[in-house]
Design a protein around this ligand. Sequence first.
Ligand SMILES: Nc1ncnc2c1ncn2[C@@H]1O[C@H](COP(=O)(O)OP(=O)(O)OP(=O)(O)O)[C@@H](O)[C@H]1O
Ligand SMILES: [Mg+2]
Length: 225
Amino acid sequence: MHHSIELAELYVRLGNVSVLQGVNIEAKPCEFISVVGANGAGKTTLLKVVNGILKPSQGRITVLGYNLSHYKNLNFLRKEIGVVPQKSNSNRFPICVEEAVLMGRYGKIGLMRRPKEPDWDKAYEAMKAVGISQFSKKLVPELSGGEQQKVALARAIAQEPLILLLDEPTTYLDQESRSEIMEIIHTIHHQRELTTLLVSHDDQLVEQYSDKIYLLKEGKGYLIK
Ligand SMILES: Nc1ncnc2c1ncn2[C@@H]1O[C@H](COP(=O)(O)OP(=O)(O)OP(=O)(O)O)[C@@H](O)[C@H]1O
Ligand SMILES: [Mg+2]
């Protein structure tokens, strides 16, 4: 069986900075992998490479068995990758929660097509899984930071991806909400048999949920669990 995500000897340069310098990371199907590291270590950069947004200067990236360098258009693969970004611009738009979550379906149905009943069902299932059904009609900008994080998570889940990428899903949250959202992520990871790659600066928080943890430091990745 192939790995769900495999980064081999990955080098990434941004401007004149060598952000990643020979990183090796593997996630088998259904594994929960965390990457930790200080601010600026290259964690967000790493996720962008996995998602095909950034091209490495060297190295191989394989996602669900596809070598990314062999494809010009990666949309077919992005449909299988749910992303919870570090900062979500979409939280500023005055749309209600259920519409924001439904947007997770657009990658699958296409922007020009109208969502159908089953798409709404997936959106409602995702809201239920994340625990935000009770404020489905509220406007996203009126929610707290923690609630907005849950909306972003529900949107990614509504997409029904095989791979879930999470960029600091617990930033701006208090200790209790951090543990709560990590529990939700972990439960969904198991229920939906996802391969999850989470990046965080909080190595203590991810410890109990991760099958493996890598530390990113000075451009290199170290397996620390
Ligand atoms: N477009 C860019 N051009 C030049 N340098 C960049 C660019 N984007 C990011 N960098 C630099 O690359 C390094 C890694 O950035 P990255 O955002 O991946 O870090 P991070 O680990 O996610 O940090 P944080 O914990 O603060 O989110 C940083 O030094 C950053 O300044
Ligand atoms: Mg980052």
